[in-house]
Design a protein around this ligand. Structure first.
Ligand code: ADP
Ligand code: 5GP
Length: 187
């Protein structure tokens, strides 16, 4: 049976960049595909980045108890991890890596305990976070300010995680993540 690696961080911390790096290493990692009721962005495809559901479909699956955890970020905008998806990947012997928000991350850790490693990716500062979000060029100034406002709350969760990795220099953060996760998977 595989193990679970949970990544959480304020948006713009470099979580996706580090996860994509780890997926290319020899760690037998599979990305956990979440479900969401938000519409696909850009080139996103159903069953690749997310399973895209309508809010009604999402509510039905909640009622059926199909989620390991889920959140309604605001009215009708849901994100959640499907039990079936995670169990399928784990039973195939893969280690599953999650990109979820801080609350979801803590819930998954609580459920799986020692079988899971929770990792918080911390930006060097909120100013740097703003710079990266601007540099990434995928969000409007308004969305960026919303993400920054949420970051203050998310940063207060850091000490609830098993490991905190500061992403200042990317190569260093990637090396630290690789070492920490390799050690955890060997245990
Ligand atoms: P997240 O998934 O946490 O929202 P991303 O991985 O999309 O964050 O990173 C946000 C932006 O910051 C991207 O443009 C990425 O290339 C850049 N970035 C990531 N790590 C660093 C770093 N250590 N230094 C500078 N820029 C970085
Ligand atoms: P985005 O809409 O930019 O893809 O994601 C927004 C946020 O939702 C990110 O912080 C991401 O980590 C979080 N997220 C994605 N999938 C899940 C999930 O299954 N559960 C929870 N709790 N959060 C998720």
């Amino acid at each position: 049976m595989g193990k679970l690696i949970i990544f959480s961080a304020p948006s713009g911390s470099g979580k996706s960049t580090i996860i994509n790096y780890l997926l290319k290493q020899n760690l037998n990692l599979a990305f956990s595909i979440s479900a969401t009721s938000r519409p696909p962005r850009g080139t996103e495809q159903n069953g690749v980045e997310y399973f895209f559901l309508t809010p009604e479909e999402f509510r039905q699956k909640i009622a059926n108890g199909e989620f390991l955890e889920y959140e309604e970020v605001y009215t009708d905008r849901f994100y959640g991890t499907l039990k079936s998806q995670v169990e399928k990947q784990l039973s195939e012997g893969q280690n599953v890596i999650f990109d979820v928000d801080v609350v979801g991350g803590c819930n998954i850790k609580k459920f799986y305990g020692e079988r899971a490693l929770s990792v918080f990716i911390q930006p060097p500062s909120v100013e740097e976070l703003r710079k990266r979000l601007n540099g990434r060029g995928t969000d409007t100034p308004e969305v960026i300010e919303n993400r920054i406002a949420k970051a203050e709350f998310e940063l207060s969760y850091a000490d609830k995680f098993d490991v905190v990795i500061v992403n200042d220099q990317l190569e260093k953060a990637q090396a630290e993540a690789l070492e920490t996760i390799s050690n955890f998977l060997k245990k």
